[in-house]
Design a protein around this ligand. Structure first.
Ligand code: PMP
Length: 389
């Protein structure tokens, strides 16, 4: 029976990690997998997390089950950071902890399906797991072009919304779009929110990189604008980047709906969680809660996040200052956001960067901006110029 299973395509990024590890060239550059790196190429544990873990170690007196909703102290402590102090509709929002942002997306899409959604409209390219989750849940997707020439393709988005049917939902990245780094401006979000409201289209918002673009407040403007305008929304949230907790799998789902309907909605969330993972892993979420309950640790975390963002802005600034590298216009990278950018390179050019220059990036041309440092960025720009000349 089991031998009947056809092999699935290998995860290209994981394969790239192996190739990179096996490369013995000293000046190799890894721009593949999406984790933050310091100027020294490291992905350290945040000092604030270390502080919170120390506190947890001293004070945690039980590891008994918490329940499918996870650590509600964590879920509630995040709310003012996501929705802002004094968000008018905060009493229409409830949430649950999930295993990473991936669990949040999975639960959001699962809930939408249970509620009757049959198709999800989404921009392409997107984080590949979005499409994989839809496929796994037997949901059809409708694609629209996310961006062209370094800017958002608003016409494509508007046409997709206009063509939406009554059983459709739309998936939107809240900030730091993966893989393009190209986000909507606040004015564009206002326009989108009005269209979603008029159409009665359910938004599934994915906020996986809050604080990595322009700041915790700035990066949440889009989802706040949408959630202010529409009656119902689903939000998948990840703490894995902005708290550096990747492998601890820290995320949440937030649901905004009519207050009276909320207990039934959340009971569906709980039953989906039970069937999928029963309960989310506790440790990372507990560490985030400890940070957010402690003023000094919160200040330390925000400061560390600031440093990450400043470094990525510095790298982006250097890329933009290079102007063009061969046929690649680097200037838009300066104003784009988050960990990722797309280089318009052919498969052959990407292969040549790997073979001839020891520079590793995804086959799509996506680079992790944080893989660049002040020590390797000139080599990178020169290599891109050479292969794309
Ligand atoms: N959404 C997007 C757009 C992402 O890029 C990612 C992570 N790569 C996630 C969700 C999920 O993040 P997590 O690692 O917390 O599951």
């Amino acid at each position: 029976m089991l031998a009947n299973l056809p092999a699935q395509p290998a995860d290209a990024l994981l394969a790239l990690i192996k190739l990179y590890a096996a490369d013995e060239r000293a000046d190799k550059i890894d721009l593949g997998v999406g984790v933050y790196r310091t100027g020294q190429g490291e992905t350290p544990v945040f000092g604030a997390i270390k502080g919170a873990e120390k506190k947890l170690l001293e004070t945690q007196d039980s590891k008994a089950y918490l329940g499918p909703e996870g650590d509600m102290g964590f879920v509630n402590a995040l709310k003012p950071f996501i929705f802002g102090e004094g968000f008018a509709k905060i009493d229409q929002i409830d949430g649950m902890q999930t295993p990473g942002g991936t669990g949040g997306v999975r639960l959001a899409v699962g809930l939408a399906k249970k509620a009757g959604i049959q198709r999800v409209i989404m921009g392409t390219p997107s984080w590949p797991n979005h499409a994989q989750i839809m496929k796994d849940l037997d949901l059809d997707t409708v694609a629209f072009n996310h961006a062209s020439g370094g800017v958002v393709d608003m016409d494509a988005l508007k046409a997709a919304i206009a063509a939406a049917g009554p059983n459709d939902a739309i998936l939107l990245h809240g900030c730091c779009h993966n893989p393009t780094g190209i986000d909507y401006t606040d004015a564009q979000w206002e326009e989108i929110a009005a269209l979603l409201k008029d159409k009665g289209l359910l938004p599934i918002l994915d906020l996986a990189y809050q604080g990595l673009g322009y700041g915790m407040e700035e990066d949440a403007q889009g989802i706040r604008i949408v959630m202010n305008a529409v009656p119902e929304a689903l939000l998948a949230y990840s703490c894995d980047k902005n708290f550096g907790l990747y492998r601890d799998r820290v995320g949440a789902i937030y649901v905004m709906a009519d207050k009276g309907a909320m207990p039934a909605i959340m009971s569906n969330g709980a039953s989906l969680a039970r069937a999928n993972w029963s309960m989310p892993p506790d440790h990372g979420a507990a560490a985030v809660r400890v940070i957010l309950e402690d003023e000094a640790l919160t200040a330390q975390w925000l400061d560390e996040l600031d440093q990450m963002r400043t470094r990525m802005r510095q790298v982006r600034g250097r890329l933009a200052a290079a102007g063009t590298a061969g046929s690649v216009d680097m200037t838009p990278y300066g104003t784009q956001n988050g960990l990722f950018a797309m280089l318009p390179l052919s498969k052959e050019q990407i292969q040549s960067l790997r073979d001839d220059h020891a520079i590793y990036m995804a086959g799509s041309g996506r680079i992790n901006v944080a893989g660049l440092t002040m020590g390797n960025i000139d080599k990178f720009i020169a290599a891109v110029a050479e292969v794309s000349a």
